[in-house]
Design a protein around this ligand. Structure first.
Ligand SMILES: [Zn+2]
Length: 188
């Protein structure tokens, strides 16, 4: 029945899945930090240098303004650098862009660090909170929330029971260890 409402409470229940393999994929990293639409642009930029924005717009078949918007987004994340040259005939500047491959490594590291922070916060919460759960898996609440609902599941009406989260804590600790190891291995 109405199982869609307590999304937040359900999200806490999920076991963390290792995403590091996916995060090492350059396309996914680019999409995560600058938007999925810039992925084709980055493909056009990679392994080349000083590409004019007009050429880039041509190769991804987008308007120049849209292409520039994407380039600025990459620039905001230090993923590209540029030089500019004045077009003598037209009198305006043309920008030439180069992809900053080295930056990818830093981003991977940053993402890992952020994930580590999130997991450590979660672990602290798991260790310091007594959770109550519904046997039908609808929801998971802390004492205060549980009290607000008179110890009954707001979704199905079942009595909420104290939950043993030892296994969750162990999984979180393992995941944290794994990421810490990765960060150490990729230190440079
Ligand atoms: Zn329930």
């Amino acid at each position: 029945m109405k199982k869609s409402r307590p999304k937040k409470a359900k999200a806490i229940k999920k076991t963390p899945k290792p995403k590091t393999k996916a995060a090492s994929n350059i396309d996914e990293i680019i999409a995560e930090v600058a938007g999925a639409d810039v992925v084709p642009l980055v493909k056009a930029l990679r392994n080349k240098a000083n590409l004019s924005e007009f050429k880039l717009a041509d190769s991804i078949k987008k308007e120049i303004n849209l292409t520039r918007n994407m380039l600025y987004r990459l620039y905001d994340n230090n993923l590209v650098s540029f030089t500019r040259k004045k077009d003598k005939k037209k009198g305006w500047y043309i920008y030439y862009w180069t992809f900053n491959q080295k930056r990818i490594k830093d981003i991977v590291k940053d993402l890992r660090k952020k994930k580590l922070e999130r997991l450590e916060e979660r672990l602290a919460r798991e260790k310091t909170t007594q959770f109550y759960a519904c046997k039908n898996n609808c929801i998971r609440l802390d004492f205060e929330q549980c009290h607000d609902f008179s110890f009954k599941c707001p979704e199905c009406g079942e009595l909420l029971n104290m939950e043993d989260n030892t296994q969750k804590i162990r999984e979180l600790e393992q995941e944290i260890m794994r990421i810490k190891k990765e960060l150490l291995l990729n230190k440079s």
